[in-house]
Design a protein around this ligand. Sequence first.
Ligand code: ZN
Length: 85
Amino acid sequence: MMKWRQCQNKDCGVLFTHCPQVPGQRYCARKECRRAGKRAWTKRKLASDPNYQQPENGLTERKIEKVISIQVKFLTRYRYLLRPV
Ligand SMILES: [Zn+2]
């Protein structure tokens, strides 16, 4: 089930759909927000889990990218529906 969330990027704040596959997702699919989200996520993860090391093969990252690409498609469609007539 999709849930609406607000992007935590101060400069953005857009509402986006939250994918259950990406727990704790707090940023929308925009490039700059994803980057901000990744930074915050890594920071949180490093703070909460001392054993955690940034994935070097990018496996998790690729998985997230896939979910986000689906989300971008949805967002584009949603924006189209909300376009001013
Ligand atoms: Zn955003």
